[in-house]
Design a protein around this ligand. Structure first.
Ligand SMILES: [Zn+2]
Ligand SMILES: [Zn+2]
Length: 420
């Protein structure tokens, strides 16, 4: 028999990690909703051109990392490598600019990139993100950055650092590109990727990990910002300060996607190495138009759930993860099995407030009864499951209208009235 394993770069999520992911989802949804972001679920695959057009042809994602395939009718599709392009596509397709008074949306789901697998980085990974469409004002940028950092803080991640930069608009960035091309052309031993990208996408050279040490006194975008972009960037910073949000300016922050304009940011954590971001985003004032819509200046962020959970785990997020307290239903006399089974269903649905009447407060999980096990093996199972209480159906008690509740921690037993 062949032995099958999960494909390279993918992983099965179960146990503690599944619970942690659920908790992350719950916390972030709560935060998104507080900020009035509305959920949009888009398909996992889209027309490949949506991504090449939006993310940019000379980006790592499009050049090397997309899962592209043809369906049976020869349509060229790609598994989504990120969430923004799909959300913008949906925004245009459903005229959200007319139906939604404020263009605030969030998404959550699996993304796919063919990358070299490493700690916290998978070829199928989970991302969630928010997009604020149709608001050119710096307060949208600030709200997006604050929402992202609030989620990370709510997960207990203490050592986060916000890196902030502005990439300017199409007019002032041209001057920056020119300066960069001149600067990089004076360096002889650029790596292969950098040499290839120098003309097409000189900004990307700024985040080359191979050549980083060679780049001293690189021109910065700040020197090139036009007055509108400069004011916008200053206002974003003032708003962050007004919210007591700490950040630092990082001139080398360019992000790996072509669509960003003005504000870009990353949130990093020393808990998982300060090179890779837990969360990243920025403004994209031309993307909606680029994809066939109106001019809709927008800003958004995405966070990578796997990396965020790695950082959260180091901050104690996985302690005390559980679904509730297990109540185990045991049967001492098998002739009572049907009564026990009926009881477990009453308890599940809290019929006649039975759970409260018996003192089972809060989140309870019900396991049992089993009809093919001795009482001893039922108790063993209850212990292995970590049950806090066991309800025992025994003939003598039941004939007197009672059942027994055993506290599995103190081993105390008490009889309580139960009329079936
Ligand atoms: Zn500008
Ligand atoms: Zn390089």
């Amino acid at each position: 028999m062949a032995v099958y394993k999960a494909p390279r770069g993918t992983h099965d999520i179960f146990g503690q990690l599944a619970l942690a992911l659920e908790k992350l989802d719950m916390i972030s949804r709560k935060m998104f909703k507080k900020h009035n972001f509305k959920e949009v679920k888009t398909p996992i695959f889209e027309d490949v051109n949506l991504f090449t057009r939006s993310i940019g042809e000379s980006t790592d994602i499009v050049e090397k990392e997309m899962y592209v395939f043809e369906d049976r009718k020869g349509r060229k599709l790609a598994l989504r490598p990120e969430g923004t392009a799909s959300l913008v596509r949906a925004y245009i397709e459903h005229n959200f600019n007319q139906t939604e008074p404020v263009g605030k949306f969030f998404y959550s789901g699996e993304m796919f990139r063919y990358e070299r697998p490493q700690a916290g980085r998978y070829r199928q990974f989970s991302q969630m993100g928010a997009e604020y469409l149709g608001n050119p004002s710096p307060n949208a940028d600030a709200e997006i950055i604050l929402a992202a950092s609030e989620i990370l803080k709510a997960l207990g991640i203490k050592d986060i650092k916000i890196h902030l930069n502005s990439l300017g608009c199409s007019s002032c960035r041209a001057g920056f590109r020119q300066k960069l091309v001149e600067y990089f052309s004076s360096i002889d031993d650029l790596c292969e990727d950098c040499r290839r990208r120098l003309e097409k996408n000189p900004l990307r050279l700024l985040d080359c990990k191979i050549d980083a040490a060679k780049f001293q006194n690189v021109p910065t975008m700040q020197e090139c910002l036009c007055s509108d972009c400069k004011t916008h960037f200053e206002q974003v910073q003032n708003l962050l300060k007004s919210a007591e949000c700490e950040y630092e300016i990082n001139h080398k922050l360019v992000r790996g996607l072509d669509y960003y304009t003005r504000t870009v940011f990353e949130i990093r954590s020393a808990s998982v190495g300060s090179q890779d971001a837990l969360c990243a985003g920025g403004r994209y004032d031309n993307l909606v138009e680029e994809l066939g819509g109106m001019k809709v200046p927008s800003v958004g962020f995405a966070l990578g759930c796997e990396r965020v959970l790695m950082a959260a785990e180091k901050n104690g997020f996985f302690n005390g993860l559980n679904d509730g307290e297990i109540v185990f239903i045991a049967v001492a006399d098998q002739e009572l099995f049907y009564h026990a089974f009926a009881f477990s269903n009453k308890l599940l649905t809290n019929k006649d407030n039975i759970a409260d009447a018996l003192g089972f407060n809060g989140n309870i999980i019900i396991e049992g009864p089993f009809n093919d096990k001795s009482l001893k093996s039922q108790f063993k199972l209850a212990d292995r499951l970590g049950a806090k209480k066991t309800v025992i159906f025994g003939k003598n008690e039941f004939d007197n209208g009672k059942i027994v509740i055993k506290d599995m921690v103190t081993k105390e037993q008490k009889e309580v009235l139960y009329k079936n």
